[in-house]
Design a binder for this molecule. Structure first.
Ligand code: IMP
Length: 431
């Protein structure tokens, strides 16, 4: 297949970075199409840990083109920091390696200040955002008051637009949120300095993608977050401010519908979530603590401890159906090693009614009691397995049951954090 989208099938942090990094070997172009630096992908390459927030994981492979397309909201200063961190590690990203859409929106310092100010005031109604200004930036996009990278073309007008917005936002920060307003000159100076370095990367990324596809190039679309954080299909209002599913590829990158060949969903062999909101299969206590430690379940973007739960087949099925997923990559199977009895959520009890599919109102999930199926665990190390047959019998049974419950092929199984600790059963680019 020529064009493949990778999307999270849970609440983000499913291990997409590693899967994208693996698939990027077969791709020519890797595209981020939504979200911003609220995403964070952690990769371990030759024992070296990389955290990528904006730049697609494929950038670690020389010779690939990475694209940040129009559906994204990009903090220019965070982007330059990331470019600099690549350079410090010996990988200078040139405008041939990295292309940023003229139409992507800027996340500006006032978006961050508003995000944090609102969350601080929200008390028990806080969403638990990353605080990186993503929601306020998308709000401005929809309100048609946002700044796009194309605005950088004309320096005086760029500065004027920032000042005009900042005066209004400062009023909001000071009088409503009761937080310190931002200094106008300092903010503009920092953005003008960023402008000089960013401009060479700007590109009509939709046209670039159309040409790449016409030339027979393989394109990988790297989703951020997960379907349950999708603004429309997730657990609203405890969601992010973008569409995180495969459909966002069309609006967010300008790919014509019909040109996307396959969607690969990514799910952990259990479930995690950061931030507030319903989580029916959540667990607490010693087992949750040990899974958190073993799985290093602390947010890559914010360092917050992730909430932990059993695999929820109802949610993953919902994600598969919404995205027409061709297959699923299941990550972190190794973290379940050593647990006597594993549970899988196969339905919900809400009041007197049993649901085998996601209930019609997401708010009902807050009252959902998980219905579990139990499966025996395994104690043998799985991290060196390179085929299904090398896995303990109970691990194979666990995978078989998840495949059956989800009704989709398992394409990859992650058995350890390293790039190569993955059993690849089917690679969509060679399928
Ligand atoms: P925001 O995207 O910063 O507005 O945060 C909204 C919600 O999405 C919060 O619960 C965040 O923790 C969550 N979130 C955003 N990005 C990610 C991600 O990449 N992984 C997991 N959770 C995320």
């Amino acid at each position: 297949m020529q064009t493949v989208a990778v999307v999270g099938a849970q609440w983000g942090d499913e291990g997409k970075g590693k899967v994208v990094d693996l698939l990027a070997r077969d791709a020519d172009v890797i595209v981020r199409f939504q979200g911003g630096n609220n995403a964070a992908h952690t990769l371990v390459v030759n024992g070296d840990k990389f955290v990528l927030r904006l730049i697609p994981s494929g950038a670690l492979h020389p010779g690939k083109t990475c694209v940040l397309s129009n559906g994204m909201v990009v903090d220019p200063i965070a982007l330059l920091d990331e470019i600099d961190s690549f350079k410090r590690r010996g990988r200078a990203l040139t405008p041939t390696d990295l292309k940023l859409s003229y139409d992507a929106h800027l996340v500006l310092p006032y978006h961050r200040a508003i995000d944090r100010g609102r969350e601080a005031r929200a008390g028990k109604f806080a969403i638990g955002t990353t605080g990186f200004g993503i929601g306020p930036a998308y709000e401005d996009k929809m309100a048609r008051s946002g700044l796009r990278f194309e605005d950088m073309a004309d320096a005086p007008r760029f500065a004027e637009k920032i000042e005009r917005n900042l005066r209004e936002k400062n009023l909001y920060l000071k009088t409503l949120l009761k937080v310190q307003p931002l200094k106008i000159k300092e903010t503009i100076d920092a953005l003008m300095a960023a402008r000089r370095r960013i401009r060479p990367y700007l590109c009509d990324t939709a046209a670039f993608l159309h040409d790449a596809i016409a030339d027979g190039k393989k394109v990988l679309f790297e989703g951020a977050h997960g379907v349950m954080l999708d603004i429309d299909h997730g657990t609203y209002p405890y969601v992010t401010s973008s569409n995180c599913g495969a459909s966002a590829v069309f609006g967010g990158a300008g790919l014509p519908p019909g040109k996307l060949d396959a969607v690969l969903g990514i799910s952990k062999a259990y479930t995690t979530r950061v931030g507030a909101g319903p989580f029916p299969s959540e667990i607490s206590g010693r087992l949750a603590d040990s899974l958190r430690e073993e799985g290093a379940e602390f947010g890559s973007a914010t360092g917050r401890p992730r909430r932990i739960g059993w695999f929820d087949a109802v949610l993953v099925r919902h994600a598969i159906r919404l995205n027409g997923m061709w297959g699923l990559a299941l990550t972190k199977l190794d973290i379940l090693t050593g647990i006597d009895l594993l549970r899988v959520c196969v339905g919900y009890q809400i009041g007197k009614q049993r649901y085998d599919e996601i209930p019609p109102s997401r708010a009902m999930l807050t009252r959902a009691k998980p219905v579990y199926e139990e499966l025996p665990g395994w104690t043998e190390d799985v991290s060196t397995a390179t085929s299904l047959e090398q896995l303990p019998v109970n691990a194979q049974r666990y995978l078989d049951r998840l495949r059956e419950l989800c009704g989709v092929r398992l394409a990859m199984i992650g058995v350890g954090p390293a790039r190569d600790a993955t059993i690849t059963l089917e690679n969509p680019f060679v399928a």
